[in-house]
Design a protein around this ligand. Structure first.
Ligand code: ARG
Length: 562
């Protein structure tokens, strides 16, 4: 329980008619410490009670539960609460130290299923920065929702279907070599694909060839499927290398191809409900009522489209997982598309259409420049991560040349730095990525947070105590109240992050906690042998635990030494 919640609880006993949330909204934090840590104004109750606020305050205070407070007093129309900091602080520390792994957990989800569709790169193409953002934001959101007791199903919806694969097969048949693909699968396949597209202007027969190959694929031709399978598995192998570096694990890789086999149902339903309209030989759904452009469901040549596959996917997921929410972590440029998807499901009569939510995010720029696949300046994710690891390794060599497992730590710091940078600002904002800023040990960076925790661990190693069960924790509350009360706010941060699918709340919390701990450390000799030392070490342990937990929610490792 945070200190504010404690005030709410105390007032709730005196005001049984009022909802806890409404009480919380009224509580103020006085600027002047003489007025207590919290104040509750009573003006708004005058109407209900037909009494002067002063009188209400003095009557209410009699009924307020005073446990956990040094005193609760009336000051005119206000009730002022002075926390018993020794007691409250000790309770917060005890809660952390008793069960560090579960500290901060809430039950918002009651174990309900949530599917989360993230990363979802397209095969035979390098994974770009957009997919990197989707992977990191998605993983953090998944972890945060698990922390508030949802059951997560992680889905990598591979882009492994569409006419472009027909073209790729045609290109491979003309110019491809197995050897070459094996050496560098994704770049080689991309090269064939780019070539057939460029040359198709002069050779319209290439386009025909591509179409023919896609038709073969659709009709189950053996050779077409062999190639598809091969392209897909070499691509996935490459993606897995990145997932491994990021420690991301999916429950399903069912992508567009999987859904392409399940298309009859949504199409039949659309027909039955008379939602399909002909438009220049194609079939569309009219979404005028939603002020949305009409999505194309069946093309004039009879093939289905991306949204048709997503409709099949949505039906499958609802049936398979019985989800309470179905999340899609995809760039902001697709906002309109997800509006269409939800609207079509609504038109189809599925009352769960609003369980689908688009978790959108802004672009990532590299050194101020836009990164795009189509223009060819593709930035490989693996390269970015490897560069970051290298830079981290250099910094460690300077700061701590004797570190034993320096290579492993450099990985944790380098990868963590990239993730933290991605997550520290609200996801819809654009991110500029400049490696030197990302891997710094000072400033608002991942390494800064990791370093604060490593410092705490180093103090604890020197302090020697790791069991704090017999320590009088109240001894530290006075001098470190701000730090301890902030530790008490961890679950509130998690709650806000979960409600808004916003990992930046957790990232900012971790930064602030690291800062507050560094300030405390600068003013207090934690290791000095005196009566307060065990309690100070206990506080250091609690800070280390919560920093580790917050980093873990962001999918960032916390090395004990760096
Ligand atoms: N493959 C898509 C892309 O790269 C993202 C897929 C998102 N998920 C979905 N169910 N449509 O843009």
């Amino acid at each position: 329980m945070s200190d504010k919640q404690q005030v709410v609880a105390a007032l709730a006993k005196a005001l049984p008619e009022m909802a806890a949330k409404d009480i919380a909204d009224k509580i103020e934090r006085p600027k002047d410490g003489n007025n207590g840590d919290f104040a509750f104004p009573t003006f708004f109750l005058a109407k209900t009670f037909h009494k002067a606020p002063q009188l209400i305050a003095s009557e209410l205070v009699e009924q307020v539960d005073q446990t956990g407070f040094e005193k609760v007093v009336v000051a005119g129309p206000y009730i002022n609460f002075f926390l018993d900091k020794a007691q409250v602080g000790a309770n917060i520390l005890k809660a952390i130290l008793n069960d560090p792994e579960h500290y901060g957990e809430l039950d918002m989800g009651h174990q309900a299923n949530v599917t989360i569709d993230y990363s979802s790169p397209n095969i035979a193409k390098p994974m770009g920065m957009g997919h990197l953002r989707s992977t990191m934001i998605g993983e953090a959101v998944a972890r945060i929702l698990e922390k508030v007791n949802y059951n997560l199903i992680r889905i990598d919806y591979l882009g492994d279907w569409g006419t472009q694969f027909g073209k790729l097969m045609a290109a491979y048949k003309m110019w491809g070599s197995e050897e070459e693909v094996k050496k560098d699968p994704i770049n080689t396949l991309l090269k064939y694909y780019v070539r057939i597209n460029t040359e198709a202007d002069e050779h319209p027969e290439y386009t025909e060839e591509g179409r023919a190959w896609f038709a073969k694929l659709e009709h189950g031709d053996k050779e077409a499927w062999r190639l598809w399978h091969w392209f897909r598995s070499v691509s996935l192998e490459r993606f897995q290398r990145v997932y491994k570096m990021l420690d991301v694990n999916f429950d399903s890789f069912n992508g567009e191809a999987f859904s392409a086999q399940k298309m009859e149902e949504p199409i039949q339903l659309l027909r039955d409900k008379h939602l399909l309209k002909s438009s220049r030989g194609a079939q569309i759904v009219d979404l005028d009522a939603y002020q949305l452009t009409p999505p194309l469901i069946i093309k004039s040549n009879g093939t289905t489209t991306y949204i048709t596959r997503d409709l099949a996917t949505a039906l499958y997921r609802k049936r398979m997982y019985g989800h309470a929410k179905s999340l899609y972590v995809v760039g902001a440029e697709q906002e309109n598309y997800y509006k269409q998807l939800r609207a079509v499901l609504k038109e189809m009569g599925f009352n769960w259409w609003d369980q689908l939510e688009h978790i959108s995010f802004g672009l990532m720029n590299l050194n101020g420049q836009k990164m795009s696949t189509r223009k060819g300046n593709v930035v490989s994710l693996e390269d970015v991560l490897n560069d970051s690891i290298k830079l981290a390794r250099q910094q460690i060599a300077e700061k701590n040349p004797d570190l034993e497992n320096a290579d492993e730590v450099a990985k944790q710091v380098g990868v963590g730095a990239v993730i933290f940078h991605d997550l520290k600002n609200y996801r819809r904002n654009a991110v500029n990525f400049k490696l030197e800023d990302v891997v710094k040990f000072e400033g608002e960076t991942g390494p800064y947070v990791q370093y604060a925790r490593a410092r705490a661990e180093s103090i604890l190693r020197k302090g020697g105590i790791r069991d704090f069960s017999d320590v009088d924790l109240s001894l530290v509350s006075g001098e470190a109240w701000e730090l301890i009360s902030f530790l008490g706010q961890y679950s509130e941060a998690i709650k806000r992050a979960a409600l808004n699918y916003d990992p930046s709340v957790v990232a900012k919390y971790a930064l602030e906690l690291a800062k507050k701990f560094n300030q405390y450390y600068a003013h207090t000799r934690i290791l000095e042998e005196n009566e307060a030392q065990p309690a100070r070490l206990a506080l250091t342990q609690a800070v280390s635990d919560v920093l580790k937990s917050a980093l873990a929610l962001l999918d960032i490792k916390a090395p004990d030494e760096m």
